[in-house]
Design a protein around this ligand. Structure first.
Ligand SMILES: N[C@@H](CCC(=O)N[C@@H](CS)C(=O)NCC(=O)O)C(=O)O
Length: 206
């Protein structure tokens, strides 16, 4: 069976677990990283020299980088609407996946570290306000894109929704004054309806 190494409260592990669940692929997850440790051993670093989670093991294949793992799962196991029909659709899906990890993730990470991992007395308000402003500007881009679509590529959930969907849980669950982004909220509500999303992504923020 496919194995995923990584704690369930990691946003990057959540991408992989949610994607596998949507594809109907059985995965055995092992707690590694964070409070569980185990990601700084020689054996782990032989698999992923970065010492980070997730790591996926599928037969002889060992893969790290969450977006890459999601793409691999899709290429190898997708059926039905999860098979992207054209290079154009694949390009658009990957654009949104990489936009999350390469652009939006920076401000989301600051918010997460400040609001979840830092004691209230030690928070940096200036950093928080800047991160809210940056993230708002970026989530607004997705909000506009979703004005006439149920999901990021259109009618069906796809890998394009996976990284941003994981980030959207954090955006809608952390405590701060959130701007009104109705299309984004409606899309997030559609994700929350899915049992796979609730089970693999909506895990208490710690
Ligand atoms: N770009 C990598 C980032 C991986 C990463 O930073 N993972 C974090 C968890 S979200 C990690 O391993 N942190 C150390 C730990 O959990 O001990 C990916 O997308 O997989």
């Amino acid at each position: 069976m496919i194995k995923v190494l990584g704690r369930d409260n990691s946003v990057n592990v959540q991408k992989v677990m949610w994607c596998a669940a949507e594809l109907g692929v059985d995965v055995a997850r092992e707690d590694v990283g964070g409070a569980f440790g185990g990601n700084d051993t020689d054996a782990f670093r032989a698999m992923n020299p970065n010492g980070s989670v997730p790591v996926l093991i599928d037969g002889d294949l060992i893969l790290w980088e969450s977006n890459t793992i999601v793409r691999y799962l899709c290429r190898q196991y997708a059926t039905g609407t999860w098979v992207l029909p054209t290079a154009q659709q694949t390009g658009l899906a990957e654009q949104w996946m990489d936009w999350y990890i390469g652009t939006l993730n920076a401000s989301m990470k600051v918010l997460f570290v400040q609001l979840i991992r830092t004691d209230a007395s030690k928070r940096d308000k200036e950093q928080i306000n800047k991160a809210i402003a940056d993230a708002t500007r970026l989530w607004s881009i997705l909000d506009q894109h979703l004005a006439n679509r149920d999901f990021i590529l259109g009618q069906s959930l796809s890998i394009a929704d996976i990284p941003l969907g994981c980030g959207a849980y954090r955006w809608h669950s952390m405590e701060f004054e959130r701007p009104d982004l109705p299309n984004l909220k409606a899309w997030w509500d559609r994700l929350v309806e899915r049992r796979t999303y609730r089970k693999n992504v909506m895990i208490p923020l710690t």
